[in-house]
Ligand binder design. Structure first.
Ligand SMILES: [Zn+2]
Length: 286
């Protein structure tokens, strides 16, 4: 028997062209074509997941679902989870409440039309939630979201109504019935690999990142022992040759370790909820 209990959530933000159009505002066909490769890469990734018998989570903007419907159908048919990821990778912080609602519905419609899916999970494009995001997710029946960074390997409850400014005391809002599966820039392939001129990013040695991810996993497994290892990848990014070896190397490192399980985000969020009710983080003053 082991006392370890680590859930490994391999997550893929299948942005395709949407990230270049919605987040970067690209007008160059060449830049947008970087996203087109995502559909090729999804096939490589699905093959590896199938060979390793791993179920993963794909967060898919509606724009991607409509552009490459067969890939989304096939992701679902393989038993992977599909989550909401905006329409065309808009940053919710730069939208009005009406626009954010429109994006929510447009994304839901696309996933429904293409693959008959009603997602229970949401990941904000660029991991930026607006003050309206959590209420909107509750209204539309989501069960978890995965864009915040208030913990590392431990899920927690989302909140509505945190208040802050530079002069007054911090005020925690009200915890609500929505599970947060926290993310981390360290465990995201995009800033390490994607070259964007003028930004501090891109073109790191894939083997170096593999070592960082292995160390992150080992810290969780060896020192903490219980929690979720939530890795964010992008098919267009991790799916390139040398970087696929990072994904494969990470799986090889983890597979077979007692007390670890690869699975979807929805599965973990559902299991984490059992016996819990919404509450503030420990040490937080209400
Ligand atoms: Zn994304």
């Amino acid at each position: 028997m082991t006392d370890k209990n680590v859930h490994v959530a391999l997550t893929f933000d299948y942005d395709a062209m949407s990230v270049w159009i919605g987040s970067i505002g690209a007008t160059s066909p060449s830049m947008v074509s970087r996203g087109e490769f995502g559909a090729i890469a999804v096939r490589r990734i699905l093959k590896v997941l199938d060979e390793q018998n791993i179920k993963a989570t794909f967060f898919v903007p509606g724009h991607t679902a409509v552009a490459f419907p067969q890939t989304v159908v096939d992701i679902a048919a393989d038993g992977h989870e599909i989550g909401h990821h905006g329409w065309v990778h808009e940053n919710p912080v730069s939208t009005t409440p009406d626009q954010e609602r429109w994006i929510m519905e447009k994304g839901l419609d696309a996933l429904d039309k293409v693959a008959g899916i009603r997602p229970v999970g949401y990941r904000s494009p660029a991991w930026d939630n607006s003050p309206n995001t959590i209420p909107l997710l509750l209204e539309y029946g989501f069960r978890y979201e995965s864009s915040l960074m208030g913990n590392e390997y431990e899920a927690y409850w989302c909140r509505i109504g945190d208040e802050w400014n530079a002069k007054d005391e911090w005020k925690f809002g009200t915890p609500v019935d929505l599970v947060e599966l926290p993310v981390s820039w360290m465990l995201d392939d995009f800033p390490h690999f994607e070259l964007i001129i003028g930004a501090n990013s891109g073109q790191k040695n894939p083997r170096d990142l593999l070592q960082v991810w292995i160390d992150e996993f080992d810290y969780l497994y060896d020192r903490i022992g219980v929690g979720i290892f939530n890795v964010t990848m992008h098919p267009q990014t991790i799916g390139r040759g040398a970087r696929m070896l990072v994904l494969e190397g990470l799986i090889d490192h983890i597979q077979g370790k007692p007390g670890t399980k690869f699975g979807t985000c929805a599965e973990y969020a559902q299991q984490w909820r059992i016996g819990k009710t919404p509450s503030l983080p420990r040490d937080a003053v209400a």
